[in-house]
Structure formats: structure tokens, C-alpha cells
Design a protein around this ligand. Sequence first.
Ligand code: BGC
Length: 929
Amino acid sequence: MHRGAIALALAGVMALAGCAADPDVEPTQDRSGPATLAPDDQGDDVVDLPTVQDGIDDLRDGLADADEDARSGAEAALDQAQTALDEATPARAARRRRGTSPSAVWRAPSTRSRGRVRTPRTPSAARWTCSADSSGGSPRSSGRRRRDRVRPAGRTTTSLHTGVSMTHAPHEHVRSLDAARAVAELTLEEKASLLDGSDRWHTEPVDRLGIPAIMLADGPHGLRKQTPEAARTDTRGSYPATCFPPAVALSSSWDADLVHRVGTALADEARAAEVAVLLGPGVNMKRSPLCGRNFEYFSEDPYLTGELAASFVEGVQSRGVGTSLKHFAANNQETDRRYVSAEVDERTLREIYLAAFERVVTRARPWTVMCSYNRINGVYSAENRWLLTEVLREEWGFDGLVMSDWDAVNLREAGVRAGLDLEMPTSSGVGRRRVLDAVAAGTLTEADVDLAASRVLGLVDRCLPALAPGQTVDHDAHHRLAREAATRSAVLLKNDGGLLPLAATGGTVAVVGEFARTPRYQGAGSSLVVPTHVDDALSALRDAFAGSRDVTFAPGFRIESETPDAGLVAEAVEHARAADVVVVFLGLPPSYESEGYDREHMHLPAAQLTLLDALAEANPDVVVVLSNGSAVLVDPWQDRARALVEGWLLGQAGGGALADLLTGAADPSGRLSETLPLRYHDTPSFGAFPGEHGTVRYGEGLLIGYRWYDTRRLDVAYPFGHGLSYTTFAYTHLTTTVHDAGADTVVSVSLDVTNTGGRAGRDVVQVYVHDPESTVMRPDQELKGFAPVLLEPGETRTVTLALDARAFSWWHVGLGRWVLEGGAFELRVGRSSRDILLSAVVELTGERIDEPLSPDVPLSIWLDHPVAGPRLRERMTAGGHYDDHRIRRMRENPVARVARMPGFPVAEEDLGGFARELTADVPDTSTGS
Ligand code: BGC
């Protein structure tokens, strides 16, 4: 019923702008803009009303500089258009009259986009072809279609994501949203709406004020912008994007610069798809190798994870696209992930499970954080004020927005109180209703709602400058980057007798294993990318040898089958017999690991191991290349292979990367970011993973990954940090210098690294800290510095790393802060946690940690106090009631109870004064300062 009036409004606006609605261009369905119809405009209309309003507002703005005549004519036409629009949409009109003009919430033009020019118009406006004035048309000329002459000022692009050709007008300036003013102009209902997604991937727009929706999309190693159909049905379809190596592989590069470059490329793909925020990186720790989602996470070590993820965030955000650091926190398993309570002591949380989040937040300032599904010590992350406000904002200074993981919200009003700003995806109005009811009931204040709404608007403001339509991506360049990243991510675990690299000429190379032809290059779930192109290793190897060696192929097994196929095995054995060398591609079938469930064991399928046995019988020169998203057991079978390449999941260009590594076109430089254990039974969380009855206890505490194996002196198949190269390296001349003390401590560590082999190669220097004496249990050693270094043959470089106070500190639960206890620390420098080549001891000036002397702590705390202890001992023995033996027996009794016994120097009620007397000349014993 509104069609005629709206068309009139459109015609008026378009006439003024010298624009024409382009009938050939379908409305962009998958867009970051507001809903097609305002709530009161139900019907079959497809006109984008907010955009019409935008057009009117923009034109009004633009009239400021027009001459008097032009202005009055144009204003009359605009008034007419506005009237038509208002009549067509009475509720919108009422809101508009009640409210403020959209321009009131936009700041003055800004130059912050460094030359990029745009207005906050919704991307859907792109479906109009507009005459901007360099095309020569008069703004007042008729509204007839002029597509033939409007091109020069705009850019025409064909979107990979919509398949639609669009021409975009250059805009004159960037306006930025004044979140505080906008919040002041919004009704409570509008603010509550902002706290909920508008659909699966968008925030809620506020049409009345011209505030657009922005789009969020997975993911960590490639853009997963769902097609509208897939979004509606929640199925897999998404637009093609470059599939970079997932975190399990990229982390093995140990190269923050490389990760940064991948981040910028991902951001450029997001920009081209008009996606404002990428939902990643995932920085949860690999507590168990069985976690089904380990392929999306970086490491078992929080320092390595934090450093790499911070570079990822910096890379993405340097291009004006937001990130979402996830899943905050303690989401270390898929079993029961939506309600399990991770029972973790605070020190373990701080030093292991929160540490990577902290590093990324404080170093790279992600624009958003995504809370996890699970509970932590009984409280849902989505309702955890300690986590989302006290730790994240108050301690770490986070200034962005917290969103929920998808459908992670339990009680929305509790979430708002806790600091959860945005619920995703849409709750279909449930969240909004609960928030409004809570305000009405007084359990939530309007100020709480304002705070969360202002953070949503703040995010919109941050994202707007990068969202200009019409940006393009060089997918070929990104594929090359994906190949470089994949090459740097594979890890050469063993290479007996230098079987690799394969010589350029020689006898037949038998390639065996379905994964060579059908690569497995990413994991399943929300991070699943539709690649732009996929390289397979078989074709890449054939290309690499270019006929100089015969390359034969036999599939050997069916990927999803456990049962050996006698025919396939026999065929592969024939190939192996006839070849000089066998390269066999083994790995985990896709169904073995996925978001949503955990693995059941760490073994490769039996069918593959039977094949490997048969191949090794036929030919001793076997190279195994693995494709797996999380650690597998290699010990049961690795003696059948002379060389072993851990290929992880290498992204869409992994096939070419593996060919480069196998043929020696590239030197392997990946290093394990997780330990490969000998047996599942050795793993730290064995018996305590994935828990039961909705609870999982992190009983191993701080000892996850190599912290466990190294502290407990357990043999492993391959240690954390391990990786071979085709060249060799020597480490010499370790020097350390200590600067400053206490919290300002910086230790600089320098050494010379020499490439002692015959070809260029990259090594990764790793620095582990060992604390020989501490008042608390500490893992045997912890990674606190690393640096990749590229060296020509014979070249020596000095590598210098700086370790700050945190590298030596631990979390004191009683004091609620990090403490650096002074004393000696050993710095171990090596090529893995088990290959330490150099070490040095530094003496650091830290603080003395004295527990507060209160009546209810054990006598041992008083006796062990460096000042009060000897004085107390003297006073106790002076009366003759205590000797060393009795004191020793009394040590574990609370002081108040000991004071009730005969012979103690003071009565229970005088203990406070007594403690002060014993420590009278000690600066401050309770804070450790
Ligand atoms: C996942 C998130 C993801 C979100 C959106 C959730 O199930 O846990 O990592 O970003 O879905 O796809």
C-alpha cells in the first residue's frame, strides 16, 4: 500500500541528487544495513526506507553551500519527498518528529580515515548509481536514468559476495558517531534493542537516528560470511574467501610478523565484504589434546598464544576492522561446552587460562571480546561480573564491547549487570524484553543499559570508516600469502639419514594416501571457510618435479574408514615397491575432530596404520606427512617412517607448501606449539577431562602441556618447540643484563645464532625461565621469549630479547596481584623445551612476600617471617615451655589456638598488638612491598 508514496519520495530525492534508482540491480540481500522495512511498514515492499531517509538527510546537509535560488527550490522538493515518506510510514514519522534529526548524533567531519571518504550511509545505499558532480550533471536536472554518464566519479565493482555490480559514489567526508549524544537521544526501548543482535550476524540499527547495523562474521583463519540463504537456515554456505592456515598450524610458525600479515589480509577480505568485525582469534589453551576444537587454538602455552594472537589483532585492526577475542574464558573442551563448569583455582586461571587474553587485551586492544559458553567455578561467563568487568575492564583496561558467544546467554539482565553488552545472535526480542522488565522492576538501572548501548554505538563508530562499499581483494596475492604461511607452519619432526628433501632428479616417487589428492586443510564448525581455490599436494609435487621424476599415486585408504581395504593396500604396495621413495599422506578424518564435540582418542584410523605397515615392508624409505588439527600419537608407528612431517591443517594453499618443503624449495622452519606425548595416559588432564555431571576440575593446575611433562620428567614423543630444518644452527655467546628492579625489571638476553649448514634457514630461539627457589610451586620452566631468525649459510646474527617483570612473576592469590620474588632465576635458551643449548643465571631484586600475621594463620607463617619469626622463637623458648621439637609439632596450629595453651608469650586477645610489636621496624609485611 505504500509503494506509490515511497516511489514518490524516492523520485523526489533521486531527482534532486541527479540519481536514479537502478531497476536492474537487485537489492543487496546480504548487507550490513538496516532492515528493509521499518516495523510499521510490514508488507511486500522492498524499498529501503532508512536509505530514503538517509538520502533526504544527506541532501539537506549538502544544501548548505548552494545558492539561495537553488536552495529554496531544492528544499521545497525535499519537503515534498519527506512528506511522502512520512505519509507512507506514519510510525517512523512519529518517531522522527519525537526524536532528533539524525545529524544530531554525528560528529563533525573527520579526517580519521586517512584520505578515505564516506558517510555513515548504510551499505545498501550502494544499489543506487549516483551522479557525483564530476560527471557533469546538474543536481537539479530531471530524475531520468543516467547510468550512462554517472560512472566516472564512482567505482564499479563486482562483488564476490553478492555477485552484484555496484557503482558507488565517492563521499565527501567521514562522519563519526557521537555515542554519548546518541545514547542521550535514544528511548529506553531503543537502547534495549541495541543490546541484541538484529539477526544472526548484524547489530541492530536505529533508523530514526541514521545509525546503521554492522556485520560480524567468523572467523579466525578466513572470512565466513554466510550467504543469506545459509544464514536463514543456519547451514554451511558462505561466500568464497581465502582459507589461511588455522591457528593450530599458524602458531607453529612462531612468527608474529607473519601472523600480522595474515591478519591484515583477513581484514581486507572483511572490508571487501563489508564485514565490520571478524570473530577471532580464539586463544583458549589446549588443555587436552582431545579438545575437538584445538585446531582453532594456538597453543598449550599462554605466552606464545598471547604474542601471536596480539599480532593477529593488531594486523586486522590496523585495517580498520574489529576483532573478537574469544572464548573468554576457560572454554577448553567441547563436551558440555554450553553449561559445563570449569572448576579452576585462581592462580591457574591467572597464569594459564586468562594470561593470553590479558596479553592480547593489554597489548593489542581488541575492539570486542566474546564471552564463552561455559561456567567458571559455577558462574556462566555471560553473567560473570568478576570476569567481564572487574578483571577485563577494571584490571586490564579493556575499553571495547563484550558480546556473547552465539546463544550463550542464560539470563540477559544478569549479563547486562555483569558487563555483557551485546547478545548474539538475535534473541528475537526475548533479551530486550527481559532488560526492559528488569529496569521496570528496579533490578537493572537505565544507566546499566546506557553503558552497554554506548559500547554498541562505540563499536559502530569504530567500524564505520572501513566500511566503504566497493573495496576489492586480490585473491591471488592472498593465496600466495596463504602458501607462504603454510610453508612456515609445517613441522619437520624427524628426518633420519637426511631422506628429505627429495632430490630434484632420480627414481620414481610413490605418493600414497587419499589426503594427497583430497587435502584436509581446515576443521569443521563455525570457522569453516569456503576457499577461493585449493591446492593438493599430489598435483603440486607433479608440478614441482615437472617430469624430472616420475610421481605415481595410490589412495591406499578411504578417508572416513577405519577398516583396511585390501585392494587399496595391495595397489599402494605395488607402487611402493616400484619406487625409490614413498611419501604417504596420513591424517585424521574430518569426522574425528570438530567444533561441538571432543575426540575420543589420539590414534590415526587403523586402516591407515595397516597401510603404513605394508608400505614400510615394501620400501624402507618412507616419508609420512600428517594432516590433523590436533596432536596424534606417533610413537606406535613412527619407526616405520624415516621422515615425518607434521602438516597440521595448512589452509587452502597447503598442498603447494608441502611440495615446497618436501622438495626443498623451502626450508622447514615450523616448531611445535604443543607437545606430542607418547601416550594419552601421560597427558596432564588424563582422568580429569572432560569431567562429569556438568563439572570439570582442572586438577593439574598450572601444569598443562610441557609444564607438566617437563616438571614431571616424563618422556615425550616430540617436545614443545621442536622442529628440524634442512640446515643446522649453533648458539653461542649468551649474555644477560638486568635493568631496574621489582615491577620495572627488564632482563635483556643476547646470543649469537649461526647457520652452520649449507643452505639458508630459519630457526626459532626460545627462552625459558626456571625459578630454582620460590615460596610457591612453580612449573619447572616456562616460555618467556622467542624470536625467529633467518640466516644465510655461514651467517651469524645476534638475537636480543627482553624479558619484563611478568616473565618472572607469579599470581599471589592472597594479595590478589602479581609478585616477583627476588633471587636467582635461570634463563634457559634453546631450540625446544628439551633442547636447551645455553643457560645463565640472573639475580633479580624483587619483593619479599610476607604473609600477614593474623591470629588465624598457622604458627608456621609467623615463625617463617624473616623478622618476626626469630623474635617469636626467642620469646617462646625463653619461658621454658617450648623447645625446637615442640615448636615443630605446633607449627600447623592456628596461632590463636596455640596462644590458648600454657607457656605462649601472649594471650589470644593480645595477638594483634603482639604481631605489630614483632614487626615494628619492618616496612610493610602484609603487602610484600
Ligand atoms: C562459536 C564461535 C563463533 C560463533 C559464530 C559459536 O558457536 O563458538 O566461535 O564465532 O559460533 O559462528
